[in-house]
Design a binder for this molecule. Sequence first.
Ligand code: ADP
Length: 447
Amino acid sequence: MIKKILIANRGEIALRVLRTCKELGIQTVAVHSTADAHAMHVRLADESVCIGPPPACDSYMNMNQIVEACEISGANAVHPGYGFLSENAQFADVLENNGMIFIGPTAAHIRIMGDKIEAKKTAQQLGIPIVPGSQEKIKDSIEAETIANKIGFPVIIKAAAGGGGRGMKIVRSAEELPLALSVTSSEAKSNFGDDAIYIEKYLETPRHIEVQVIGDGRGNTLHLGERDCSLQRRHQKIWEEANSPGLNPEERQTICDIASKACAQLKYRGAGTFEFLYEKGNFYFIEMNTRLQVEHPITEAISGIDIVQEQIRIASGYGLSLSQEKVRFSGHAIECRINAEDPVTFLPSPGLITHFHTPGGLGVRIDSNVYSGYRIPPYYDSLIGKLIIHGRDRRECMMRLKRSLSEFVVDGINTTLPLFQHLVNHQDIINGHYNIHWLEKYLSEKP
Ligand code: ADP
């Protein structure tokens, strides 16, 4: 039985998890660095524990401090949110060894999917189509060239332990290959502690399509449809939609069934996301994320299902709250990630928010941790809120998004809001005609 949950995170996601805990009548414990002493998640939780100085490696990433905070507060379960320790298999092990519940998948599944080479191998064994490329880690540049010539240039070199859009390099010719290999490998070593790299065919016009799955760990699973996360800058998502404007109903059914079946075969536990690239009618698996995603609210909007509640139910041993046949999808949802960044240079813009006013009305959800008078600390990522819009169809959703953006006021810092104001008025976006390279191209051509 879960009595008290420690939320090992900060920002909007800490608040998001807290909300579901409250609705379930579960006690909550917030943890925070000294820089976050006045943060909203600390204010709203039943209890809070300071776990260290501002740098994340000394606080939100510090496993010992978090386990100690569980012991002090009597929390018997931990929700990791996303980022930080959410995909750290050792953390899941440490909690279990200390008699605490990790609200997430097994450490074994986190390990497999955390290594992208292993993840692709596993996906292939489960019958999922993958992006053509190397089967194992690359040993030397001769082997790399042989593979690249076989699949054809351009190729993309990726770090097996990579994440967050980092650790990838596009290579367009054999001459560029040796340098790109050594740079990617040494960057992988210093950023992720693992120099293993692999090669994939670089797709020129794909969409990023991902499927939300939930499993009870015993082979019962369901999918909650797909999300289209093709609007990206530096391989980082900034706008997500459910459903994808680029898939027809048959394609949607096919990819969702593939993901749900794979989840069942794995006996996967908890919430997870299978990520694919989709090009010319074909899907290619790229990775699986073994945690809650930033963009999960659009899935909640179209399915009416609280994904965090499902995670907690499963971690408590109650299983899934419903079967696939009972899932009813309705309407269309879009999420915009509002970052404290300059909308042109994308440089971080921390500091004091002098005035913060959010839009409201039917179909408008704001997941944010900031408020008027809040000072954004410079130590963490720049996401200050998510605007999640739901409409009966895509057209209504876009009109509602446009209206909501016009109501949103954030004074004192720069945000990415002006970028979204441009995007909602662009014909390609209105038509849903975009792929993973669209935004970079648009930004480079914008006057
Ligand atoms: P991360 O774990 O860092 O998010 P992913 O493997 O999920 O990395 O890839 C992130 C993004 O990078 C994808 O959504 C896509 O835009 C781009 N990308 C990844 N693999 C390829 C590929 N083979 N061809 C073209 N773009 C790719």
